[in-house]
Design a protein around this ligand. Sequence first.
Ligand SMILES: Nc1nc2c(ncn2[C@@H]2O[C@H](COP(=O)(O)OP(=O)(O)OP(=O)(O)O)[C@@H](O)[C@H]2O)c(=O)[nH]1
Length: 474
Amino acid sequence: MTLPFSADQAPDEFEPMTGELDLEDRRALRRVAGLSTELTDVTEVEYRALRLERVVLVGVWTEGTAAMAENSLRELALLAETAGSEVLEGLVQRRSRPDPATYIGSGKAAELRDIVIATGADTVICDGELAPGQLRHLEETVQVKVIDRTALILDIFAQHAKSREGKAQVELAQLSYLLPRLRGWGGNLSRQVGGRAAGGVGIGGRGPGETKIELDRRRIRTRMAKLRRQIGEMSKARDTGRGERRRGEVPAVAIAGYTNAGKSSLLNRLTGAGVLVENALFATLDPTVRRAETPGGRHYTLADTVGFVRHLPHQLVEAFRSTLEEVTGAGLVLHVVDGSDPEPEAQLDAVREVLREIGADTINEIVVINKADAADDLAIVRLQRREPHSVVVSARTGQGIDELRAAIEAELPGLESELHALVPYERGDLIARVHDHGEVLKLEHVAEGTLLHARVPGDLAGELSRYEVVAPTV
Ligand SMILES: Nc1nc2c(ncn2[C@@H]2O[C@H](COP(=O)(O)OP(=O)(O)OP(=O)(O)O)[C@@H](O)[C@H]2O)c(=O)[nH]1
C-alpha cells in the first residue's frame, strides 16, 4: 500500500491535505477506521492505516448454537487471512446482546488486553459492526487498533477491486462507512493518541501506522456525489450492453452465491471460459459475462457476480447495486451453495437476504449444490430436502453438470411460442436465429424453403409469423 506519508512519521511532520481528494488521499482513506465527534467545516481527522498483521479475533455470541458462533469466527479468520493478516487467537463472548460501551463488556475487554499482550498482536477484529463509541472504548482498553467486520470486508473489497467501476463502488462504500466515524482532532483524541503511544503501540512506528489527515465532511460528501454520478454513468453503459443482448433474444442467466462457493469454477465448467479461480474470498468483484449454450443448442449469457457473505456491509450492497443489476436483469439465477460448508443453509439464507434487498428474489432460481465431491452425503440429502428445486454438482469433477445444463435448458425464459413455418431460403438469417435462440423440433428443406417446427421466444415468433403455416398433418 502506498500512503501519502510514511507510517513512522510523527503526526505533525506531514502536510495536511487540502482540496478535492486525489488518488493518494483515496488510497489512504481506504484504510480508515476513525471515530466521530463534533466536526467543523475543515476538520482534522484521525486517520489510521490498517496494517492487518497480527490479529486477535473477538466475537459476541448472542443467539444460535456454539457451533454457529464458532463458524462465524472461523469465517472471520478466513476474511482476516484474505486481507493478509495472521490470526493469532480468537475468542467468543456469550452475552444476551453486545455491550453498548465496549461490545464485549469491560471484564472481557481486560482479558482481551492480556491476550493482546501475550500474543504480541497489533490489531483486534470484532465480528460485527461496532458503533464508533464502542470501537473507541475498546481501543482504549486493549491499546491496539480495533476494527470491525465491516471495515475488514471493505478492506478486502478495496484490495480486489480491479475495474474503474469496482474501484468507484468500493470507495463509495468506504466513504459512507467513514463519514459517521470522522472526528475532530482535539483534546480527547490527542489524549488518546498520547495514551496509545505510551502504551507501546501507535504512531511511533512500533505498532500500527497511524496518523492524521485534514478532511471535512463536505469534501467527502462532494466526492461521494461525484462517485455516485460516475457509477451511474458506468452502469448506464453496461445497461446498453444488456439491452443489446436482450434485443438479440439471448436470455440472461446470473450466477449468485456465497463467497468461495465455486461460482467462477461453475462459470468455467459451463462455458469453458478461463476465469480465475482462487481459494480466496471475494476473488470476483466485477461481473464477468460469457456466452453459453444448452444441450439443445440454445444460447444464453452467463454472468458471474460478486460473492455474498453474512452481514455483507449495507454500504457495499448499496454501492454495488449497479453491479448486482446483472442479477436483477437476469431471467434465471443459478444460486450456488458450497455443499461441503458446515452451514450451507446459513449461506443460502444470507444470499437470499441480499437478493431480496436488491429486488432479485422473485427471479426464477435453480439452487446448485456444489462441491459434491467434498461434501458429506447426509448433508447433501438434508440440503436437497430443504431445496427441492436443486441440482447437485461438482464444478471440480464435472459430476452433475449435464443435469444442470438440462435444468437450465428447461428453465430458460422465453420459449413461449411453438410454431410451424415455411421460411424462404433468402431468410436463412431467421433460421440461424432459431438455431441460436430457440429450439428446433424439426427441420426439412423443401422446394419453397425451409419447413420448420420450433419453439421460439416471443420476438422471434413475431418475425416468423408471416411465414407461419398450419401444422402438417403427417
Ligand atoms: N472440492 C471442490 N472444490 C471446489 C469445487 N468448485 C470450486 N472449488 C474450489 O473452491 C474455491 C473457490 O472457487 P471459486 O470458483 O473461485 O469460487 P467463487 O464462488 O467464484 O469465489 P469468490 O469469487 O471468492 O466469491 C477454489 O479453491 C475452487 O478450486 C468443487 O466442485 N469441489
